[in-house]
Design a protein around this ligand. Sequence first.
Ligand code: SF4
Length: 423
Amino acid sequence: MNFSESERLCELLETSGWRETKNPDQAGLIIAFGCSVRQKAENRVISFLKSHKYLKEKGTIFCLAGCTANLHKEKIFNYLPFLDIVCGPNHIAEIPEIVDNYSPGRIIIKTGEKDSPFIECIPSKKNITIMIPITKGCNNFCSYCVVPMARGKLQSRKPHSIIEEIKNAVEQGIKAITLLGQNVNEYGKDFTTDYDFSDLVCEILKIENLMRIGFVTSHPEDTSEKLLSIMAQNKKIMKHLHIPLQSGSDKILRDMNRKYTVEEFLQVVETARRLMPEISITSDIMVGFPGETKQDFEKTLSIIKEVRFNELFIFKYSPRPMTKAFELPDDVSREEKEHRHRIILETQKEISREILSSFIGKACEVLVERRSIKNPLLLIGKNIQGIPVTFKNNQNLIGKIVNVEITGYEEGILFGKVNGEYL
Ligand code: SF4
Protein backbone atom coordinates (compact mmCIF):
# COMPACT_ATOMS: atom_id res chain seq x y z
CA MET A 1 0.00 0.00 0.00
CA ASN A 2 2.84 2.37 0.89
CA PHE A 3 4.59 1.51 -2.35
CA SER A 4 1.49 2.18 -4.42
CA GLU A 5 0.76 5.45 -2.60
CA SER A 6 4.34 6.68 -2.95
CA GLU A 7 4.31 5.84 -6.66
CA ARG A 8 1.13 7.85 -7.13
CA LEU A 9 2.35 10.74 -4.98
CA CYS A 10 5.52 10.87 -7.08
CA GLU A 11 3.35 11.24 -10.16
CA LEU A 12 1.35 14.10 -8.59
CA LEU A 13 4.56 15.85 -7.54
CA GLU A 14 6.01 15.52 -11.04
CA THR A 15 2.95 17.24 -12.49
CA SER A 16 3.62 20.16 -10.15
CA GLY A 17 7.24 20.44 -11.27
CA TRP A 18 9.22 18.17 -8.95
CA ARG A 19 11.59 15.58 -10.35
CA GLU A 20 12.45 12.30 -8.67
CA THR A 21 16.07 11.60 -7.72
CA LYS A 22 17.48 8.36 -6.39
CA ASN A 23 20.28 10.33 -4.74
CA PRO A 24 19.11 11.84 -1.42
CA ASP A 25 22.03 14.32 -1.49
CA GLN A 26 20.39 16.02 -4.49
CA ALA A 27 16.91 16.14 -2.93
CA GLY A 28 15.14 19.36 -2.01
CA LEU A 29 12.38 17.25 -0.47
CA ILE A 30 12.57 13.85 1.19
CA ILE A 31 9.33 11.99 1.82
CA ALA A 32 9.65 8.81 3.86
CA PHE A 33 6.68 6.48 3.97
CA GLY A 34 6.68 4.86 7.39
CA CYS A 35 5.18 1.44 8.00
CA SER A 36 4.19 0.73 11.61
CA VAL A 37 3.00 -2.82 11.30
CA ARG A 38 6.03 -3.98 13.28
CA GLN A 39 8.52 -2.16 15.46
CA LYS A 40 11.35 -3.14 13.11
CA ALA A 41 9.68 -1.39 10.15
CA GLU A 42 9.16 1.73 12.24
CA ASN A 43 12.79 1.71 13.43
CA ARG A 44 13.91 1.47 9.82
CA VAL A 45 12.13 4.63 8.68
CA ILE A 46 13.27 6.56 11.75
CA SER A 47 16.90 5.58 11.20
CA PHE A 48 16.65 6.37 7.45
CA LEU A 49 15.49 9.90 8.26
CA LYS A 50 18.09 10.37 11.00
CA SER A 51 20.88 9.27 8.69
CA HIS A 52 19.95 12.04 6.22
CA LYS A 53 19.50 14.77 8.81
CA TYR A 54 22.74 16.45 7.63
CA LEU A 55 20.83 17.58 4.51
CA LYS A 56 18.76 19.90 6.69
CA GLU A 57 21.60 22.44 6.52
CA LYS A 58 21.12 22.62 2.74
CA GLY A 59 17.42 23.43 3.22
CA THR A 60 15.99 20.01 2.32
CA ILE A 61 12.37 19.63 3.44
CA PHE A 62 11.72 16.45 5.44
CA CYS A 63 8.32 14.80 5.38
CA LEU A 64 7.23 11.66 7.22
CA ALA A 65 4.17 10.13 5.57
CA GLY A 66 2.06 7.02 6.06
CA CYS A 67 0.98 5.01 9.09
CA THR A 68 3.93 6.00 11.32
CA ALA A 69 2.93 9.65 10.93
CA ASN A 70 -0.66 8.94 11.93
CA LEU A 71 0.18 6.78 14.92
CA HIS A 72 2.74 9.09 16.50
CA LYS A 73 1.38 12.49 15.41
CA GLU A 74 3.32 15.30 17.15
CA LYS A 75 5.10 12.80 19.44
CA ILE A 76 7.26 11.84 16.46
CA PHE A 77 9.22 15.08 17.04
CA ASN A 78 10.69 13.40 20.17
CA TYR A 79 12.60 11.13 17.78
CA LEU A 80 12.83 13.34 14.71
CA PRO A 81 12.88 17.01 15.81
CA PHE A 82 14.04 18.19 12.36
CA LEU A 83 10.88 17.04 10.51
CA ASP A 84 8.96 19.71 8.59
CA ILE A 85 5.85 17.82 7.54
CA VAL A 86 4.03 14.92 9.20
CA CYS A 87 1.31 13.52 7.01
CA GLY A 88 -0.96 10.53 7.71
CA PRO A 89 -2.24 8.17 4.99
CA ASN A 90 -5.53 10.03 4.53
CA HIS A 91 -3.77 13.30 3.71
CA ILE A 92 -1.19 12.12 1.20
CA ALA A 93 -3.00 13.67 -1.77
CA GLU A 94 -2.51 17.06 -0.05
CA ILE A 95 1.30 16.82 -0.04
CA PRO A 96 1.91 18.54 -3.43
CA GLU A 97 -0.07 21.58 -2.32
CA ILE A 98 1.61 21.59 1.11
CA VAL A 99 5.13 21.53 -0.35
CA ASP A 100 4.32 24.08 -3.06
CA ASN A 101 3.19 26.55 -0.40
CA TYR A 102 5.81 25.57 2.15
CA SER A 103 7.88 28.29 3.79
CA PRO A 104 10.99 27.28 5.80
CA GLY A 105 10.63 27.09 9.55
CA ARG A 106 6.97 26.08 9.49
CA ILE A 107 5.86 22.73 10.85
CA ILE A 108 2.84 21.12 9.25
CA ILE A 109 0.99 18.22 10.85
CA LYS A 110 -1.81 16.56 8.90
CA THR A 111 -2.98 13.46 10.67
CA GLY A 112 -6.19 11.83 11.83
CA GLU A 113 -9.01 10.01 10.15
CA LYS A 114 -11.18 11.55 7.48
CA ASP A 115 -12.91 10.42 4.33
CA SER A 116 -10.28 11.25 1.78
CA PRO A 117 -10.17 10.84 -1.98
CA PHE A 118 -8.15 8.01 -3.53
CA ILE A 119 -5.22 9.36 -5.53
CA GLU A 120 -6.55 8.90 -9.03
CA CYS A 121 -3.53 8.99 -11.28
CA ILE A 122 -1.67 6.33 -13.16
CA PRO A 123 2.03 6.21 -12.42
CA SER A 124 3.89 6.83 -15.66
CA LYS A 125 7.08 5.04 -14.54
CA LYS A 126 5.39 1.72 -14.97
CA ASN A 127 6.08 -1.29 -17.10
CA ILE A 128 3.03 -3.30 -18.06
CA THR A 129 1.61 -3.94 -14.61
CA ILE A 130 0.01 -1.59 -12.13
CA MET A 131 -1.42 -1.71 -8.62
CA ILE A 132 -4.93 -0.31 -8.23
CA PRO A 133 -5.93 0.57 -4.65
CA ILE A 134 -9.60 -0.32 -4.12
CA THR A 135 -9.97 0.07 -0.37
CA LYS A 136 -8.37 2.02 2.43
CA GLY A 137 -8.37 1.14 6.10
CA CYS A 138 -9.84 -1.95 7.67
CA ASN A 139 -12.77 -2.85 9.93
CA ASN A 140 -11.37 -6.14 11.19
CA PHE A 141 -9.46 -5.08 14.31
CA CYS A 142 -7.19 -8.10 14.59
CA SER A 143 -5.86 -7.72 18.11
CA TYR A 144 -2.17 -7.32 17.10
CA CYS A 145 -2.66 -4.93 14.18
CA VAL A 146 -2.34 -1.15 14.08
CA VAL A 147 -3.77 -0.74 10.60
CA PRO A 148 -7.33 0.18 11.70
CA MET A 149 -5.83 2.81 14.02
CA ALA A 150 -3.27 4.05 11.48
CA ARG A 151 -5.42 3.98 8.35
CA GLY A 152 -8.88 4.28 9.80
CA LYS A 153 -12.07 2.46 9.01
CA LEU A 154 -12.83 0.78 5.70
CA GLN A 155 -13.37 3.11 2.74
CA SER A 156 -14.18 1.40 -0.55
CA ARG A 157 -13.37 3.26 -3.72
CA LYS A 158 -16.35 3.78 -6.02
CA PRO A 159 -16.57 1.15 -8.80
CA HIS A 160 -16.77 3.72 -11.62
CA SER A 161 -13.53 5.37 -10.44
CA ILE A 162 -11.74 1.99 -10.42
CA ILE A 163 -13.12 0.94 -13.82
CA GLU A 164 -12.25 4.29 -15.43
CA GLU A 165 -8.71 4.15 -14.06
CA ILE A 166 -8.17 0.61 -15.36
CA LYS A 167 -9.57 1.53 -18.79
CA ASN A 168 -7.19 4.49 -18.97
CA ALA A 169 -4.29 2.35 -17.83
CA VAL A 170 -5.03 -0.26 -20.49
CA GLU A 171 -5.18 2.47 -23.15
CA GLN A 172 -1.70 3.49 -21.99
CA GLY A 173 -0.34 -0.04 -22.44
CA ILE A 174 -0.98 -1.71 -19.09
CA LYS A 175 -1.63 -5.45 -19.46
CA ALA A 176 -2.01 -6.65 -15.88
CA ILE A 177 -3.42 -5.15 -12.69
CA THR A 178 -3.29 -6.03 -9.02
CA LEU A 179 -6.25 -4.83 -6.97
CA LEU A 180 -4.97 -3.68 -3.64
CA GLY A 181 -6.54 -3.47 -0.20
CA GLN A 182 -5.87 -4.47 3.40
CA ASN A 183 -8.68 -6.97 2.92
CA VAL A 184 -9.98 -6.81 -0.65
CA ASN A 185 -12.85 -9.16 0.21
CA GLU A 186 -14.25 -6.48 2.50
CA TYR A 187 -14.75 -4.28 -0.57
CA GLY A 188 -18.21 -2.73 -0.69
CA LYS A 189 -19.18 -3.52 2.90
CA ASP A 190 -19.43 0.22 3.51
CA PHE A 191 -21.76 0.76 0.52
CA THR A 192 -25.50 1.05 1.00
CA THR A 193 -26.04 -1.45 -1.85
CA ASP A 194 -25.00 -5.12 -1.81
CA TYR A 195 -22.32 -4.60 -4.51
CA ASP A 196 -19.30 -6.64 -3.41
CA PHE A 197 -15.77 -7.58 -4.47
CA SER A 198 -16.97 -10.37 -6.80
CA ASP A 199 -19.23 -7.85 -8.60
CA LEU A 200 -16.27 -5.52 -9.05
CA VAL A 201 -14.09 -8.30 -10.44
CA CYS A 202 -16.87 -9.28 -12.91
CA GLU A 203 -17.06 -5.70 -14.17
CA ILE A 204 -13.28 -5.49 -14.57
CA LEU A 205 -13.31 -8.75 -16.55
CA LYS A 206 -15.30 -6.97 -19.27
CA ILE A 207 -12.48 -4.49 -19.96
CA GLU A 208 -10.95 -5.33 -23.33
CA ASN A 209 -7.21 -5.89 -23.77
CA LEU A 210 -6.62 -6.38 -20.06
CA MET A 211 -4.76 -9.67 -19.88
CA ARG A 212 -4.51 -10.42 -16.17
CA ILE A 213 -6.21 -9.50 -12.91
CA GLY A 214 -4.77 -10.27 -9.50
CA PHE A 215 -5.63 -9.10 -5.99
CA VAL A 216 -4.15 -8.98 -2.52
CA THR A 217 -4.84 -9.48 0.44
CA SER A 218 -7.77 -11.81 1.15
CA HIS A 219 -9.06 -12.41 4.66
CA PRO A 220 -9.98 -16.11 5.12
CA GLU A 221 -13.28 -15.16 6.76
CA ASP A 222 -14.43 -13.20 3.71
CA THR A 223 -13.09 -15.41 0.91
CA SER A 224 -16.36 -16.64 -0.56
CA GLU A 225 -17.07 -19.63 -2.79
CA LYS A 226 -18.71 -17.13 -5.17
CA LEU A 227 -15.35 -15.38 -5.64
CA LEU A 228 -13.41 -18.63 -5.93
CA SER A 229 -15.83 -19.86 -8.65
CA ILE A 230 -15.38 -16.63 -10.62
CA MET A 231 -11.59 -17.09 -10.34
CA ALA A 232 -11.89 -20.66 -11.55
CA GLN A 233 -14.04 -19.75 -14.55
CA ASN A 234 -11.91 -16.92 -15.87
CA LYS A 235 -8.56 -17.37 -17.53
CA LYS A 236 -7.70 -13.71 -16.99
CA ILE A 237 -7.77 -13.99 -13.18
CA MET A 238 -4.52 -15.00 -11.55
CA LYS A 239 -4.69 -18.39 -9.89
CA HIS A 240 -3.12 -17.07 -6.74
CA LEU A 241 -4.64 -16.50 -3.34
CA HIS A 242 -2.79 -14.81 -0.50
CA ILE A 243 -4.74 -15.76 2.63
CA PRO A 244 -3.01 -15.09 5.93
CA LEU A 245 -3.44 -17.99 8.38
CA GLN A 246 -1.37 -16.37 11.17
CA SER A 247 -1.66 -19.35 13.53
CA GLY A 248 -2.66 -23.01 13.48
CA SER A 249 -4.08 -22.85 17.00
CA ASP A 250 -7.76 -21.96 17.50
CA LYS A 251 -6.96 -20.49 20.90
CA ILE A 252 -4.41 -18.08 19.41
CA LEU A 253 -6.68 -17.26 16.46
CA ARG A 254 -9.41 -16.34 18.94
CA ASP A 255 -7.02 -14.14 20.94
CA MET A 256 -5.88 -12.55 17.67
CA ASN A 257 -9.56 -11.81 16.87
CA ARG A 258 -9.13 -13.42 13.45
CA LYS A 259 -12.80 -14.56 13.34
CA TYR A 260 -12.16 -18.02 11.81
CA THR A 261 -11.08 -21.40 13.09
CA VAL A 262 -8.35 -23.60 11.63
CA GLU A 263 -11.11 -25.87 10.28
CA GLU A 264 -12.75 -22.94 8.47
CA PHE A 265 -9.41 -21.88 7.03
CA LEU A 266 -8.80 -25.40 5.74
CA GLN A 267 -12.25 -25.35 4.12
CA VAL A 268 -11.32 -22.23 2.14
CA VAL A 269 -8.11 -23.94 0.99
CA GLU A 270 -10.03 -27.12 0.10
CA THR A 271 -12.64 -25.21 -1.93
CA ALA A 272 -9.98 -23.16 -3.72
CA ARG A 273 -8.00 -26.30 -4.65
CA ARG A 274 -11.12 -28.25 -5.65
CA LEU A 275 -12.13 -25.47 -8.06
CA MET A 276 -8.57 -24.65 -9.20
CA PRO A 277 -6.18 -27.56 -8.68
CA GLU A 278 -3.31 -25.46 -10.05
CA ILE A 279 -3.84 -22.55 -7.62
CA SER A 280 -0.90 -21.11 -5.72
CA ILE A 281 -1.74 -20.37 -2.09
CA THR A 282 0.53 -18.15 -0.04
CA SER A 283 0.08 -17.00 3.53
CA ASP A 284 1.35 -15.03 6.53
CA ILE A 285 2.32 -16.65 9.82
CA MET A 286 3.01 -14.86 13.07
CA VAL A 287 5.10 -16.58 15.73
CA GLY A 288 5.35 -15.65 19.39
CA PHE A 289 1.93 -14.04 19.85
CA PRO A 290 1.24 -13.57 23.61
CA GLY A 291 0.35 -16.90 25.19
CA GLU A 292 1.59 -18.99 22.24
CA THR A 293 2.75 -22.23 23.87
CA LYS A 294 4.99 -24.87 22.32
CA GLN A 295 1.82 -26.89 21.64
CA ASP A 296 0.21 -23.93 19.83
CA PHE A 297 3.34 -23.55 17.75
CA GLU A 298 3.39 -27.29 16.94
CA LYS A 299 -0.20 -26.96 15.67
CA THR A 300 0.88 -24.12 13.35
CA LEU A 301 3.78 -26.19 12.07
CA SER A 302 1.52 -29.17 11.46
CA ILE A 303 -0.99 -27.07 9.44
CA ILE A 304 1.87 -25.65 7.36
CA LYS A 305 2.95 -29.21 6.52
CA GLU A 306 -0.63 -30.23 5.78
CA VAL A 307 -1.55 -27.27 3.55
CA ARG A 308 1.82 -26.99 1.79
CA PHE A 309 1.65 -23.29 0.94
CA ASN A 310 3.59 -22.14 -2.11
CA GLU A 311 5.23 -19.45 -0.04
CA LEU A 312 5.01 -18.03 3.48
CA PHE A 313 5.76 -14.65 4.99
CA ILE A 314 6.78 -15.32 8.59
CA PHE A 315 6.75 -12.62 11.24
CA LYS A 316 7.80 -12.43 14.85
CA TYR A 317 5.16 -10.78 17.03
CA SER A 318 6.03 -7.33 18.31
CA PRO A 319 3.62 -5.39 20.54
CA ARG A 320 2.09 -2.40 18.81
CA PRO A 321 0.70 0.51 20.83
CA MET A 322 -3.08 1.05 20.78
CA THR A 323 -3.82 -2.56 19.89
CA LYS A 324 -5.70 -5.00 22.14
CA ALA A 325 -2.74 -7.38 22.23
CA PHE A 326 -0.54 -4.57 23.58
CA GLU A 327 -2.28 -5.09 26.93
CA LEU A 328 -1.20 -8.77 27.00
CA PRO A 329 2.19 -9.83 28.38
CA ASP A 330 4.71 -10.31 25.55
CA ASP A 331 5.62 -13.62 27.16
CA VAL A 332 7.41 -15.52 24.40
CA SER A 333 11.11 -14.71 24.67
CA ARG A 334 13.02 -13.20 21.75
CA GLU A 335 15.15 -16.33 21.47
CA GLU A 336 12.07 -18.56 21.36
CA LYS A 337 10.43 -16.33 18.70
CA GLU A 338 13.60 -16.58 16.65
CA HIS A 339 13.71 -20.36 17.13
CA ARG A 340 10.09 -20.77 15.99
CA HIS A 341 10.67 -18.40 13.07
CA ARG A 342 13.68 -20.44 11.95
CA ILE A 343 11.87 -23.79 12.16
CA ILE A 344 8.99 -22.54 10.01
CA LEU A 345 11.40 -20.91 7.57
CA GLU A 346 13.33 -24.16 7.09
CA THR A 347 10.15 -26.24 6.78
CA GLN A 348 8.66 -23.87 4.23
CA LYS A 349 11.89 -23.63 2.21
CA GLU A 350 11.75 -27.36 1.63
CA ILE A 351 8.03 -27.27 0.70
CA SER A 352 8.54 -24.32 -1.69
CA ARG A 353 11.47 -26.14 -3.31
CA GLU A 354 9.38 -29.28 -3.84
CA ILE A 355 6.51 -27.27 -5.33
CA LEU A 356 8.82 -25.37 -7.70
CA SER A 357 10.58 -28.56 -8.80
CA SER A 358 7.18 -30.02 -9.76
CA PHE A 359 7.02 -27.40 -12.56
CA ILE A 360 10.09 -28.83 -14.31
CA GLY A 361 9.19 -30.31 -17.69
CA LYS A 362 5.80 -28.54 -17.75
CA ALA A 363 4.80 -25.57 -19.87
CA CYS A 364 3.41 -22.31 -18.42
CA GLU A 365 1.88 -19.22 -19.96
CA VAL A 366 4.08 -16.33 -18.91
CA LEU A 367 3.12 -12.67 -19.22
CA VAL A 368 6.47 -11.03 -19.98
CA GLU A 369 7.01 -7.91 -17.83
CA ARG A 370 10.56 -6.69 -18.36
CA ARG A 371 14.20 -7.39 -19.09
CA SER A 372 16.51 -8.27 -16.25
CA ILE A 373 18.62 -5.28 -15.17
CA LYS A 374 21.58 -7.55 -14.34
CA ASN A 375 21.43 -9.57 -17.54
CA PRO A 376 19.59 -7.87 -20.45
CA LEU A 377 19.46 -11.16 -22.36
CA LEU A 378 16.95 -12.43 -19.81
CA LEU A 379 13.25 -11.66 -19.92
CA ILE A 380 11.22 -11.81 -16.70
CA GLY A 381 7.50 -12.38 -16.31
CA LYS A 382 4.96 -14.26 -14.23
CA ASN A 383 2.95 -17.37 -14.84
CA ILE A 384 -0.76 -17.48 -14.03
CA GLN A 385 0.03 -18.47 -10.42
CA GLY A 386 2.07 -15.28 -10.03
CA ILE A 387 5.37 -17.16 -9.85
CA PRO A 388 8.28 -15.29 -11.48
CA VAL A 389 9.63 -16.99 -14.60
CA THR A 390 12.76 -16.00 -16.47
CA PHE A 391 14.11 -17.11 -19.85
CA LYS A 392 16.63 -16.03 -22.47
CA ASN A 393 15.28 -14.29 -25.54
CA ASN A 394 16.33 -11.33 -27.63
CA GLN A 395 12.94 -10.59 -29.20
CA ASN A 396 10.61 -7.84 -28.00
CA LEU A 397 8.16 -9.95 -26.03
CA ILE A 398 7.32 -7.48 -23.24
CA GLY A 399 3.54 -7.38 -22.78
CA LYS A 400 3.01 -10.69 -24.55
CA ILE A 401 1.95 -14.03 -23.13
CA VAL A 402 4.55 -16.62 -24.02
CA ASN A 403 4.54 -20.37 -23.60
CA VAL A 404 7.61 -21.33 -21.58
CA GLU A 405 8.81 -24.82 -20.84
CA ILE A 406 10.26 -24.92 -17.34
CA THR A 407 13.73 -26.40 -17.07
CA GLY A 408 14.77 -25.43 -13.54
CA TYR A 409 14.35 -23.10 -10.57
CA GLU A 410 16.42 -21.08 -8.17
CA GLU A 411 15.51 -18.91 -5.16
CA GLY A 412 11.79 -18.75 -5.85
CA ILE A 413 12.17 -18.15 -9.60
CA LEU A 414 11.41 -20.64 -12.36
CA PHE A 415 13.49 -20.62 -15.50
CA GLY A 416 12.89 -22.17 -18.87
CA LYS A 417 12.86 -21.80 -22.63
CA VAL A 418 10.29 -20.35 -25.02
CA ASN A 419 8.07 -22.90 -26.57
CA GLY A 420 5.73 -22.00 -29.43
CA GLU A 421 3.30 -19.17 -30.09
CA TYR A 422 3.02 -15.72 -28.52
CA LEU A 423 -0.34 -14.11 -27.71
S1 SF4 B 1 -7.46 -7.78 8.45
FE1 SF4 B 1 -6.50 -7.71 10.50
S2 SF4 B 1 -4.30 -7.87 10.04
FE2 SF4 B 1 -5.29 -7.28 8.12
S3 SF4 B 1 -5.20 -5.02 8.11
FE3 SF4 B 1 -7.19 -5.60 8.99
S4 SF4 B 1 -6.83 -5.59 11.20
FE4 SF4 B 1 -4.80 -5.67 10.21
